[in-house]
Write a protein of this length. Sequence first.
Length: 312
Amino acid sequence: MNKFSLRTVNYPLKLYSKFKDPVRPKFGLQGKALFSSTRYRLDGSGDSNIEESILNDLKKVRLDQIRVNDGRSTDFRNLKTTDKKGGNGNKTRQWLGIGAFVTLCSGSYYYLLRKKSRLEVEKIAESNRQLLDGQFQLTDFNGQKFTQDDLLGKFSIIYFGFTHCPDVCPTELDRLTVWLKKLEKKRGIKPNAIFVTCDPIRDTPDVLKRYLKDFHPSIIGLTGTYDQIKDMCKNFKVFFSTPRNVSPQEDYIVDHSAFFYLLDPEGQFVEALGTIYEDKDGLERIEKHIDAYVPKAERERRMSKWYSFLYK
């Protein structure tokens, strides 16, 4: 009767003994084992044949392509592990996160800058509201009564000059015409545009009407008696040098301040724009006041809150 013994060998057995510094990483094989073998030793046949057969089988296997359960590829030669499935996805998520963070920071910074600029304009307007007394009563170029109440509900731009002015007044009225056109085109805003004469003796309603035809059609000309004009110039702190007792036929000098006075929809003064402002700069300044305007009721409500110091 032949004797035999059974030996079961699971591969790889001596795989790591081939390395100088053996490393035994723990990993699970996908599906069934790469290979396994059961060999029989009959009648005392030598163990060396079995070991040689195992080593020959191992040489046929590409060990660097063995797939493990976590979706990774293990390089047994260099013992380096790379994630083929998730690498690109992780990088994409990282860049998306960085982009979102940068966008958030940029947006917050821009918002704070605009908020700061708006608060600065609000403070200027609030401090200027108490500087001028905007009361007046004049006559427009249609011969109708015109007072400060006719300015309510809109921003107003007021300029003081006279029709016999050789250079400054026409230049400034051209500037005003440009502002009015751009405000209407860009924003659909039509502020009150007022030209107040400093020469009431020569600038009658008819004279004003003919003179202003060369400029924007929405500009309203105002005149009045000598005392009415003088009082309004005083209230608006406009330099006024027109002599009192002269006739329209006389040749005399009229000096005046060259400023645009910007009033809010409540008829209160918020800023004076002089010749230091170019066309673009002056327009931007007007737009900032329009954007920063807060109605009186809201301003009073703010000042009653604990954070009122922000608006002082």
